[in-house]
Design a protein around this ligand. Structure first.
Ligand SMILES: Cc1cc2nc3c(=O)[nH]c(=O)nc-3n(C[C@H](O)[C@H](O)[C@H](O)COP(=O)(O)OP(=O)(O)OC[C@H]3O[C@@H](n4cnc5c(N)ncnc54)[C@H](O)[C@@H]3O)c2cc1C
Length: 387
């Protein structure tokens, strides 16, 4: 694995200090209020941490994937709700940076990087989830641009977002477009009472004849899902894999401390072998997730095409491992893990969501099953000829 430079090590220490002081202490209150205050994003923007991996010419910091991964893990350890809203913001920026016209990039990216605008990502609709090619939201040409009409659902950060990259249909072709709230026609309705990511301000989004300028289309008509959104989802999986790693770490730290301090049957529960088995399983799941996340980051930094599948592998494993680890964390904590005084029950609720988003884990299984055939079936092997 790549060795981090001393300046990166300092930066990562700063991420962890920020997450401890400014996020972890507030995360339960955000969860209860089902909202993260806007000033949190302004503060991140002022620090230059709202667009770490974005190119410096648009106000980004040009972080490597390895450093960005550590940022995501630090935030995920403290609040997966915050990480989820940062995820869609980064996805929107990355799709505009990769597929947008120069005029759009120059107009919008510095605003997003500074936190003056917040971005969202709209694929899912009330009747369309995994089957992303059957989108109902329509983009229609007008004289000098387009209008968008349709409904998106479960949109992370939707309550605050100033703009959304939406998947639409233009004359029957899958097309990605950047839509700004300030141009009118956008209505957001908060969806309260989510299982997890409760502070992520998920919304039901309506778009009614929203005006869109001609330069707001990303990529080409027909390439909306195959190119633009698949690149966005790839980044989303990378962020959620690392965030799940951070959430796992939170569970392990809390559980090992609890196992040492809680006494039953005359000794710390850490000395009961069945508790040690829980800890051993949690540790092993965590280390395996860490290896996959670091491998995905290294391949991204090297620009290797297989980073896409390695990222999907990391997200698939780390999200499932986060659920297993959070489940064991609840068990080790007993009733205290189920109550309102500790964040353990939030960890379990949030871990479960990581298996659903950025392409559900069933979608990852389909992708990875196909990938594994191309990856292994043609390899030379030690099997007897004919098998
Ligand atoms: C907290 C949260 C935040 C979200 N944020 C966003 C957001 O910001 N933007 C956005 O666009 N969406 C967002 N979503 C929606 C999310 O992307 C979808 O939930 C996800 O894509 C699955 O779609 P669905 O819920 O409609 O499930 P469905 O498509 O109805 O699927 C239901 C189940 O069937 C499985 N399934 C479907 N098809 C197949 C198949 N062919 N083979 C095997 N299994 C299959 C699915 O994996 C799932 O388990 C969010 C969801 C949550 C919970």
């Amino acid at each position: 694995m790549a060795v981090l430079s001393p300046s990166s090590v300092d930066l990562i220490a700063a991420f962890r200090a920020y997450a401890r002081e400014h996020v972890a202490l507030r995360a339960d209150a955000w969860d209860e209020n089902q909202e993260i205050p806007r000033e949190v994003y302004t503060d991140l923007g002022t620090r230059g941490w709202l667009a770490g991996p974005l190119d410096v010419r648009w106000g980004g910091a040009g972080w490597s994937a390895a450093v960005f991964g550590e940022f995501c893990a630090a935030i995920g350890e403290a609040s997966m709700s915050l990480l989820s809203t940062l995820t869609v913001h980064h996805m929107a920026m990355a799709m505009i940076a990769q597929w947008g016209e120069e005029s759009l990039q120059e107009r919008v990216l510095p605003e997003l990087a500074a936190g003056r605008l917040l971005g969202g990502f709209g694929l899912t609709e009330p009747e369309i989830g995994c089957a992303a090619t059957e989108i109902g939201t329509r983009l229609q040409a007008t004289g000098d641009g387009y209008t968008v009409s349709g409904q998106k659902k479960w949109i992370s950060g939707g309550q605050h977002a100033d703009g959304f990259v939406l998947l639409t249909q233009l004359d029957g072709e899958s097309t990605a477009v950047w839509v700004e709230r300030a141009r009118g026609g956008v209505t957001s309705t908060l969806i309260p009472g989510m299982l997890g990511f409760r502070a992520a301000m998920n919304t039901d989004q309506r778009f009614e004849d929203c005006p869109v300028p001609a330069d707001a289309i990303l990529g080409t008509a027909g390439g909306g899902f195959a190119f633009v959104f698949s690149a966005g989802l790839d980044l989303g999986r990378f962020i959620i894999a690392w965030g799940a790693l951070g959430l796992q770490r939170a569970c392990l730290v809390a559980s090992t401390r609890r196992a040492r301090s809680r006494h039953q049957f005359g000794k710390p529960i850490a000395e009961h072998q069945l508790i040690q088995r829980h800890l051993a399983e949690m540790h092993t799941d965590h280390r395996a997730s860490e290896g996959l996340c670091r491998r995905a980051a290294q391949l991204r930094d090297e620009g290797v095409p297989s980073s896409l599948m390695e990222t999907a592998t990391a997200k698939y494993f780390a999200s499932k491992a986060a659920s297993r680890i959070a489940d064991r964390a609840v068990q080790i904590h007993g009733a205290a893990g189920c109550g309102p005084d500790l964040p353990i029950q939030r960890y379990l609720r949030d871990a479960r969501i990581t298996e659903m988003i950025e392409g559900s884990n069933e979608m990852q299984e389909i992708m990875l099953g196909q990938y594994s055939i191309s990856e292994y079936a043609g390899r030379s092997s030690l099997l007897p000829t004919g098998l």
